[in-house]
Every structure is written in C-alpha cells, then in structure tokens.
Design a protein around this ligand. Structure first.
Ligand code: ATP
Ligand code: MG
Length: 607
C-alpha cells in the first residue's frame, strides 16, 4: 500500500489484558447504541445524563471514590494526586461558585490556563452546573482569545493573573459580555487589588462554597462543551457538543483505546483541543482510570521519564510528538523502563507508516493511528489493539460508525446530484470521507454559523472535508484534506503519500508537501523538509532526497523541488499548516494564524 511496509500481525492470546474488542466483525455486527448507553449509569432517578456524573460521581456510587483519578505531573516534576472523591468535592464547590456568581445553565465559561488542577476542576465543575465549558489553549495571544470569547459569548473566564495581563487585559474592553474572571492561584486580597473587572479568587470562593452539589436533571441534548477547531485550513469554527456525547466518549475509548479501570493512562493533548477534552478528561474518567496530566510541554526526556515513572499503560499522543521522538533516536527510549506500556494510539494528523514501524522497534509496540475531528467529538475510525495494523492506514470504522468514501466531483469534494444524492466510490478509489450521522458525540452545530453547518451535509451524510480511500478489506487510507490535494499532470496526488515517502529517508524529521501552479503540469509538487540532527542542509542532501522520492514514488508523483528548513509551520495542536507553506510560497495573504505555533515556545520543560 504505502510503500512496502508489511502488515503488523497481532496475537490476541498473548496480550496481557483481554481487550474489549476481540473480534472486529462480531463486535461491529452486534453493537447497538442502547448497549453503549447501558455502560453508563445516567443520573439517578432517570433524570437525564450529565458528563460530570458519568466521569466522577458514579465511581463513588460504585465504591471507587478513593481511586486516583488524576495524577498531575507539575512543571517541577512533582506529582499531585486527586481521587475521584476529591474530584467530586472540588467540582461541586466550583459549580456552587458559578451559581453564586449568577452564571446560568447554558452560559459559557472559558478557560485560559495551563494543565493545572484547577483547569480540570473548572471543566467538570462547569458541566456539573449545566453551564458550557470552552477551553482555550494557554499559549493563544490576545486576538485569538478575544475572537473565541466573543464568538462563544463567554460570561466567565478561568485564568491566572499573569495570563490575564498578557492576553486578556489588552482586549478586555472588546468583551463586554465577560462578567467574571476566576483567578487561579490568587488570594481574595490579590484579586481585589488586581483591578481586574469581575475578579474573584477561585480558591477562596471554592473554600467558602458547599462541597455538595447534586447534579440537577440534565437533558442529554444540553450544550456541554464548545470546542474550536484547529484552524489548519482557515478560521477556527466553534463546534457545539452536548452531554449525550459522553456515551460515545466512553464507547470509543473502550474500543479504540481499550481503557480498563486499572489502567494508568496518558493523553498528551491539551484540553484546548478536542482530543485533550474528549480523551484527556471525559472518556478516561468515565472508565475510572488513573490519568496522568503533564503540565510541561514536549521534551523527549521528560516524556520518556513520565511514561516510565508513572507506569503508563495506555498512551494517546500525536504524530508530531512521535516524529519528534523519532528525531531524538532509538537509544533514548531503551534507557527507560517502558514495560508497563501496552497500547499506543495517535491522532490529529496522518501517521506516516515509518512512525508506526518505529514504534514497534523503539517502544516494542506499533503505534495505532485513529481518525476523527472536532466535529465528530470522538474517534470514528481506528486501529485496534487486537487487530492487524496496516502501516499508513487509519484503520476501520468503530462499531456503530457508518463511514463511506463518496465519489468526487469537479471541485474535489463529494459529488452531489441535482436531487441531493451522493454516490459511494468504488473500493480503492479516492473520494470524500463521509459519515452517517447519529452517533452521540456528533456536533450539533457551529456556534453562530448555521449556513456553514448546513453545508456539511448531503445525501444523508456528514461530509468531512477529508479525502480517503477504502481498500477491499475495509481499511481506510487517508489521502489529504480536500484543500490540500494536488493535481499534477493529470495525477491526483495526496500530500500524505509524498510526505511519508520522504519520511522514510533517515535524514528527514518532518515533511510538508504542497502543489504550486505550473503552466505545464497544472500543479507542480513542492516539498518542504526539516532534517534530523547530524544531517546537513546542502545541495547534496537535497539531490539525495529528490532521488529517494523518485525511486519510491515514481517521477509523476515525486516532488520536483525540495526546500530544507529548520522546522515546518504547525498549528499548536501539532498539524503541519500546508496552507501557510502555500501562501508563503506564492506570496499570498497568510490568513488566520491564531493557532500557529511559535517556534520559540518549543522544547521547554526539560526534566
Ligand atoms: P480546521 O477545521 O479549523 O481547518 P482541523 O481540521 O485541523 O482545523 P481538527 O478538528 O482539530 O481541526 O482536526 C481534524 C482533522 O485532522 C481531520 O479532519 C483530518 O484532516 C486531520 N486528522 C485527524 N486525525 C487524522 C488521522 N489519523 N489521519 C489523518 N488525518 C487526521
Ligand atoms: Mg477541520
């Protein structure tokens, strides 16, 4: 398929833990949503469904209140543990603080802070109070913060005084609806003296609040979470998610991550991105695991140390992190005890087959790619612990997910006939990936953008904007975003395929491929690469890479030109921003850069 990577075979009877999904076909044919709902408790007395109850309270009802829910690895490396019982106390207090301030159910509470304990309290405390939580990544600048709080009608913000001064103060007068600022790590006196309108000391307000807050009847369709997309292709959209999503968070983590209550689980994503909430807070807690939260940013030694010292068993991370670990070499992991690890998953971008195989060598486990979006709220297509892995494939749809590839029209997106119908593509044909709506974590709208939401549907499907193909055995292969696909001399070229071929060369740490207009070929394939340490950005290297790509891909699909740069522009969630490579190359406007990662922030927090 993608190059010549052999299938990685699994032997289920040799796994340390019997996986939930043993037989894919059987599970897929027997799955029902009713069954998935039965895995959760629902509010006592059949009073609806609330994310906070499923993530926290029900474990107390089942006698697991003392189990450690979250192990915070602070910046210093110090570890702080919070039990499920303590989480119920804290989130109850937080819910009271909101109510005492007059924040209503349905109103939006934003956060702008690092991965500190109060962030997790605020998230679960807000949904406990039936308000809506909208987490922002703490490295955002003032403009992206303003954009999102205004678009999301934020009435309260949880942040630190320092972040407030740098990112909120400059734009506060443009956010008239923001009434309350809940300051983390601040005394009441400091809050009063801060001069911040609406300032409250979070810790003192919580201290004064009752630690019992029984969850009110909650309609599963109430808005619980508001997530902004990564902004890879343009201006971020605000996707609305409801309490019912928890059904899918739980079911998908069962199938695609195989979370068991005894697991020590680490999701490396920040809650500012949907992954960091769906699988960095909600899903793992509904499974009653102990989850690790690392306050620090990526650093290869820090990360390996965390995996080893915390005894992580299930790890969910992203291709960009894996590529950075690959860059750091295979000797490094060998010096840590990673024997507890039993499953590694990846999401966010296509995972190059080279990275899947690297996992098998360096960690002793292949890396399991899975696919989903902010809009889908949860994992849709995955490689499973028990199933063979075809390196480069994102796997097969989860039980209960109906995914298809639709035939493409002129514009590259799904072809929609006059009567609104769509046509499935043949096996192995590239088309737009589409999903049959109906799973619980499906977004219910783009906030304040109904037209855009309506435009996502055709012929009874949700159109994802991604191009893929499905092979005869039902495995899905990512080709590229519809916007990124290249048409060169009559060939349809997916950037992922070309990037993966480049990644297979030992000198390449990361690669981004775009098409630029060409009078003869329509589009010419241009590649940007960043090199691993020890390789020189020379003409010889460039020629070597061109030759390597040609041999692997053939002349029609190989890049004509390769540019070597220090690093590639990425979103803060770690996705290569091909649109920015293209804009810069062509001298076009750079567009919305609110989620662009700034290079100077990389590589902090060594341990
Ligand atoms: P925006 O919609 O604002 O342009 P975004 O699409 O990057 O940003 P997210 O919802 O965070 O925002 O990302 C979802 C997208 O990420 C998917 O539509 C797909 O393009 C890409 N993606 C996620 N997982 C995978 C994967 N396993 N393989 C390939 N692509 C993936
Ligand atoms: Mg998107």
């Amino acid at each position: 398929e993608l190059g010549d990577y052999p299938v990685i075979r699994k032997q289920v009877d040799q796994l340390a833990v019997v996986p939930y999904l043993v037989d894919y076909e059987r599970e897929t044919s027997s799955f029902t949503l009713d069954e998935a709902r039965s895995w959760l408790d629902g509010l006592p007395g059949k009073r609806g469904l609330n994310i906070a109850y499923e993530a926290v309270d029900r474990h107390l009802a089942h006698g697991r209140g003392d189990h450690v829910a979250i192990r915070f690895v602070r910046l210093s490396g110090e570890v702080e543990e919070v039990s499920y019982a303590a989480l119920r106390t804290r989130t109850s207090q937080f819910a009271h603080v909101l109510r005492d301030l007059g924040v209503q159910p349905g109103e939006r509470v934003f956060s702008l802070c690092g991965r500190v304990p109060d962030l997790y309290t605020a998230l679960l405390g807000t949904v406990r109070a039936r308000s809506t939580f909208a987490p922002l990544f703490s490295a955002f600048g003032p403009e992206p913060v303003r954009q999102r709080i205004v678009r999301g009608d934020g009435v309260a913000l949880v942040t630190t005084p320092a972040l407030y001064q740098r990112k909120v103060a400059p734009v506060r007068d443009q956010m008239p609806g923001l009434r309350h600022v809940l300051l983390v790590d601040t005394t009441a006196a400091e809050a009063a003296e801060s001069g911040i309108p609406g300032a409250v000391s979070l810790s003192e307000a919580m201290h004064a609040a009752s630690d019992v807050f029984d969850i009110e009847p909650t309609d599963p369709e109430e808005m619980a979470l508001l997530h902004f997309t990564s902004g890879t292709t343009g201006t971020p959209k605000g996707a609305v998610h409801v309490h019912d999503a928890v059904v899918w968070h739980h079911a998908s983590a069962r199938y695609a991550l195989d979370l068991h209550p005894e697991d020590v689980y680490w999701c490396t994503a920040d809650p500012g991105w949907v992954t960091g909430t769906s699988y960095g807070v909600v899903a793992p807690l509904t499974h009653g695991v102990t989850m690790v939260v690392d306050e620090g940013e990526f650093h290869s030694r820090r990360w390996y140390a965390t995996l080893a010292e915390q005894g992580v068993t299930v790890w969910y991370t992203a291709p960009t992190a894996i590529r950075m670990l690959m860059k750091a070499g295979t000797e490094l992991p060998a010096s840590y005890d990673l024997s507890a690890l039993r499953f590694v998953g990846s999401v966010g971008e296509p995972l190059n087959p080279e990275a899947v195989v690297w996992g098998a060598e360096a960690l002793g486990l292949p890396i399991h790619d899975n696919w989903w979006q902010t809009e889908t709220g949860g994992i849709m297509i995955a490689n499973y612990l028990s199933a063979d892995v075809r390196p480069g494939s994102m796997g097969r749809p989860l039980p209960g997910v109906h995914a298809v590839v639709l035939r493409r029209g002129e514009d590259g997106r799904a072809e929609v006939a006059e009567d609104g119908s769509v046509v499935p593509a043949e096996d192995d044909q590239v088309g737009e990936l589409a999903l049959r709506p109906g799973w619980p974590s499906m977004f219910r709208g783009y906030l304040h953008d109904d037209d855009r939401y309506a435009a996502c549907f055709a012929g009874g499907y949700y159109l994802t904007g991604d191009l893929a193909r499905r092979d005869r055995d039902g495995y899905f292969w990512f080709v590229g975003r519809a916007d990124d696909v290249i048409k060169s001399a009559g060939h349809l070229v997916g950037p992922f395929e070309v990037e993966s071929a480049l990644m297979a060369h030992p000198a390449v740490a990361e690669a981004g491929v775009i098409g630029v207009p060409d009078p003869i070929m329509g589009q010419r394939i241009l590649a940007f690469v960043a090199l691993k340490p020890g390789f020189e950005a020379s003409d010889a290297t460039r020629r070597e890479l061109l030759g390597h790509a040609r041999r692997r891909l053939g002349p029609a699909v190989a890049p004509r030109e390769i540019r070597i740069s220090e690093s590639l522009p990425k979103t803060r969630s770690g996705k290569i921003m091909r649109r920015l490579l293209r804009a810069r190359e062509l001298g076009l406007p750079e567009g919305d850069l609110s989620t662009l990662e700034r290079a100077e922030e990389e590589g902090r927090h060594e341990r």
